[in-house]
Design a protein around this ligand. Structure first.
Ligand code: FMN
Length: 367
């Protein structure tokens, strides 16, 4: 029988032991475009590099974006426009709800507080145009919604304003005991189909980690016309303040510790569903990016690392990835894609239940 555990440990060790090139580009400078070809195709778009700036408030400032692109980002995903924002605008336009809100306190209770959303639909379109005019890489607009409705038609306006693709974030928080997972998934698939139908540009879907069968749901996404999937959204995790006896809502930036969950998802999807894979979450270094690509990612999206250190961090990630691929002798980044996925890994059991059993049974306390 294949020794799944030792093989998996070997993979981890091999990746860890590969030395990053010592001569990384100085922070903020252009990443070296050396021997390996970093250009990649994602969602039918030509990207100069597979390292993408993920959805975040970083896209609110075009000067920052220009620096991140100079540092080697291959594309930009804008922060999300929420279904609630679009619905609110429609309601305001059709029913003059704004006027009621000003005078009727009760009317506010069923509407989301618009102050939590920084860019409304029209400003979002203007920002998209500004970004397009400023950077040469593809700009992906982001929609966030879970219920079927007129808001999905906004995808077309995003495309008309210059979005090269749409990332649809299906962030959902299931709290209703009467709604089954199958109900929720069916509703989400309808949203995907509606956005795909409206957009006229490729649509990639950003998922949370909570699906009973990720491969099955992903294959359904493909059937509904999605071109790609991004794994995983970071789930909103409120905490408890024991002194105030209140629920706290902190947003912690990620570290590389969040990557392995994504690697597993990528590895089990790669080559098995008709979707292009993006990794989002826990990509903090070029070696993290290399691992995600080996597991099947076409692109990696980075947010936390760039929020912490700005464009210089993007340059480091691209340089380190470039260096690793060069050291390994790859001629182009696409050659590394999926080499360690479930279908091609020297030990497929490393990604499956068998390895979990071996790991638990083989564990011994230290000392
Ligand atoms: C401050 C902040 C704002 C974010 N805003 C969005 C958003 O508007 N839409 C979205 O899809 N993801 C959003 N995200 C999630 C990121 O795009 C990304 O998926 C997540 O942070 C994991 O990547 P990371 O580990 O590189 O940070 C946001 C993340 C942060 C930290």
């Amino acid at each position: 029988m294949v020794d799944a555990l030792s093989s998996f440990a070997g993979l981890a060790r091999d990746l860890r032991d590969v030395q990053a090139p010592t001569a990384l580009a100085p922070a903020g400078s252009l990443a070296p475009r050396g021997l390996v070809r970093m250009a990649t195709r994602w969602l039918g778009l030509e990207l100069p590099s597979p390292v993408v700036l993920g959805a975040s408030p970083l896209t609110d400032d075009v000067d920052t974006l220009a620096r991140v692109v100079d540092a080697g980002a291959g594309a930009i995903v804008m922060r999300s426009l929420f279904e609630e924002q679009l619905a609110l605008e429609q309601m305001a336009a059709h029913h003059h709800i704004d006027a009621h809100i000003d005078t009727d306190a009760e009317a506010r209770t069923f509407l989301p507080d618009s102050s939590v959303f920084s860019l409304g639909p029209e400003p979002y379109l203007r920002q998209l145009e500004r970004i397009r005019a400023r950077v040469a890489v593809p700009v992906i607009a982001s929609l966030n919604g879970t219920t079927h409705g007129g808001w999905t038609r906004f995808a077309r306006r995003l495309a008309d304003a210059g979005a090269s693709a749409i990332e649809l974030n299906l962030y959902d928080v299931a709290t209703d005991p009467s709604r089954s997972a199958a109900d929720l998934e069916a509703a989400q698939l309808d949203v995907v189909e509606a956005v795909v139908g409206a957009a006229g540009v490729p649509v990639t879907v950003k998922l949370s980690a909570f699906y009973g069968s990720l491969p099955h749901f992903a294959s359904q996404l493909a059937k509904r016309g999605a071109r790609g999937v991004a794994v995983y959204n970071r789930f909103y995790q409120p905490d408890i303040d024991l002194d105030a006896l209140d629920v706290t809502t902190n947003l912690h930036l990620s570290t590389s510790a969040e990557l392995p969950l994504r690697l597993h998802a990528l590895a089990i999807l790669s080559g098995r569903v008709d979707l292009e894979l993006a990794c989002t979450g826990g990509v903090a270094t070029g070696l993290d990016a290399a691992k995600a690509i080996l597991c099947g990612a076409t692109v990696v999206q980075v947010v936390s690392a760039v929020l912490k250190e700005g464009a210089p961090r993007m340059a480091k990630i691209v340089a380190e990835l470039t260096g690793w691929l060069t050291t390994m002798g790859y001629a182009e980044v696409g050659e590394a894609r999926g080499v360690m996925d479930l279908t091609r890994s020297p030990d497929p059991h490393a990604w499956e239940r068998l390895n979990y059993m071996k790991m638990l049974r083989g564990w011994r306390p230290r000392g």
